[in-house]
Design a binder for this molecule. Structure first.
Ligand SMILES: [Zn+2]
Length: 326
């Protein structure tokens, strides 16, 4: 899937360094041991020889079972002798072995031609950080979306259950080949951020590149770029992530100041993502009529023509939480 390119490059580099460091450190420990235990050089040579015998025999293929077995036993005896010598001289038995952080991929980041689980974890963590919503991602998920806040009103409860199902399915079936867009509409505190965060989290864990920004942040990034600070912007990342990420979440659409520049940027982002077949989710406190009154038709027609409208209903659940906690 589409790991964030900058994250991927950085983490690959970290792995290369980690791998080399582990080998260098073991190399130093070996020198130290050879210095302290001169006899060790002989054992190392003998070990190298049995290793070669095993490799050559394996390459010749036929009828070498016995020779391999012999060399393997000799190899084992030498390893044992080595461990004994180390311990006898006050070293840990595995002192000269390379200590990889991940025994599975030996710090190469790949195991059986696939990205190792250890590197995948690093990529997901990095994606959390670069998503712009790290703090939310740690606490909000589909599992923590509590429908009982809506329980007082059965119709609202049924509606929000459906919204939860739709958003969960969106995340589960998220696929770069079939982009899908949604606009979450409804007042503050109805769970729009919670569910868009939950989607982000699930999509990041699939290995996709998600970027989240408030409309105001998005526009100020473009403004900074316009005035020559292309590498900076509020997010410090320039504006390319608004076009490149697999899923863009624009929070709080409608809170920004609309002028010719901001309207052009919004249209550009929405339209370019549609033509590049990239998924987008928009959160807004405004209703359809308000949005149509606020934005030019070319923007709203793209949104209402291409985005699935998900209305959020009910009372502010954050108020409910405060009452309940008291
Ligand atoms: Zn690994």
């Amino acid at each position: 899937m589409g790991y964030n390119q900058a994250n991927y490059t950085r983490i690959r580099k970290e792995y290369e360094t980690k791998y080399l460091r582990a080998r260098e450190a073991a190399d130093l420990r070996r020198s130290e041991v050879l210095f302290a235990i001169p006899e060790m050089a002989e054992i190392d040579r003998a070990l190298g020889k049995t290793g070669l015998v095993i490799m050559n025999a394996a390459m010749q293929g036929e009828d070498v079972g016995e020779r391999i077995e012999e060399a393997r036993l000799e190899n084992q005896a030498l390893q044992e002798r080595k461990r004994q010598l180390l311990v006898a001289n006050g070293f840990p038995a595995d002192y000269t072995e390379v200590k990889y952080e991940c025994p599975l991929c030996q710090d190469e980041g790949f195991y059986e031609f696939k990205i190792c689980t250890c590197m995948k974890k690093k990529l997901v963590e990095a994606a959390y950080e670069s998503s712009g919503m790290a703090h939310l991602l740690r606490t909000q998920s589909f599992e923590s979306f509590d429908l009982s806040y809506y329980a007082e009103d059965p119709r609202t409860a049924a509606h929000m259950k459906r919204v939860l199902d739709i958003t969960r399915e969106y995340a589960e079936t998220f696929d770069l080949a079939t982009p899908a867009n949604m606009i979450f509409m409804g007042g503050t505190g109805l769970g729009k951020t919670h569910l868009s965060t939950s989607i982000a989290r699930a999509v990041i864990e699939k290995g996709c590149d998600v970027f989240y920004a408030g409309a105001i942040t998005l526009l100020s990034d473009f403004e900074m770029q316009r005035y020559g600070n292309s590498a900076g912007g509020e997010t410090g990342l320039g504006t390319s992530q608004y076009f490149d990420c697999d899923l863009l979440i624009i929070d709080d659409l409608g809170t920004e100041v609309i002028n010719q520049f901001t309207a052009t940027v919004l249209y550009n982002v929405i339209n370019t993502r549609l033509s590049r077949k990239k998924s987008t989710i928009i959160n807004t406190n405004f209703g359809q009529d308000e949005l149509r009154a606020k934005y030019a038709d070319r923007i709203t027609s793209r949104i209402f023509g291409e985005y699935r409208v998900i209305p959020f209903v009910g009372k502010d659940v954050r108020m409910g939480k405060i009452h309940r906690n008291n």
